[in-house]
Design a protein around this ligand. Structure first.
Ligand SMILES: [Mg+2]
Length: 176
């Protein structure tokens, strides 16, 4: 089961993701989480480094869209519009349809789409369920919705277990 939580790679932040590496790996479209990946939670400001990264991405010919579980359309639209990229709000990640909606916006498929986000249980697990390339970033801020804070504790537990497990174990019967 840990395979579902294992990203293709991890990065400190969006602007630390090598565009050269994405090109090399054949990535043509990015499904990017909003809160704590592009901006601090419920903030509309995109920092200069992140803005420059998006500009370089465009120049490299890689498309991007925002796929956010945030229920407030205006909050998602403001950031996406500033960057000139399409968006999905109320996306229901980790459900597959959230990622399919992103790929439909990008015109890409499972082989050339990457998911970028700060949460194992929505972004990474959801992307992995569809066999997509997944990149885990460190959350930008600790100011989060209380439900998310609970999920962080769960994530810590999973990360700890993943480190303990030297190799993925095959599924075993529940009976003992
Ligand atoms: Mg997030």
């Amino acid at each position: 089961m840990f395979e579902l939580f294992r990203p293709t790679f991890e990065a400190n932040s969006l602007d630390h993701i090598s565009i050269g590496r994405l090109l090399q790996d054949g990535i043509k479209g990015l499904i990017i989480d909003l809160d704590n990946t592009m901006t601090p939670w419920n903030d509309v400001e995109v920092g200069p480094k992140v803005a420059a990264w998006f500009k370089a991405l465009k120049e490299a010919g890689i498309k991007a869209c925002v796929v956010s579980n945030n229920k407030r359309k205006q909050r998602v639209a403001v950031v996406a519009d500033r960057l000139g990229i399409p968006f999905v709000f109320r996306a229901t990640k980790p459900r597959r349809r959230a990622f399919r909606a992103g790929m439909a916006l990008l015109g890409t498929g499972p082989l050339d789409t990457a998911v970028i986000g700060d949460q194992l249980f929505t972004d990474i697990m959801g992307g992995n369920r569809l066999g997509l390339y997944t990149i885990l970033v460190v959350p930008m801020s600790s100011r989060e919705f209380i439900g998310t804070r609970f999920m962080r504790q769960m994530e810590k537990a999973v990360l700890w277990l993943m480190k303990k497990a030297s190799a993925p174990k095959p599924d075993s019967p529940k009976a003992h």
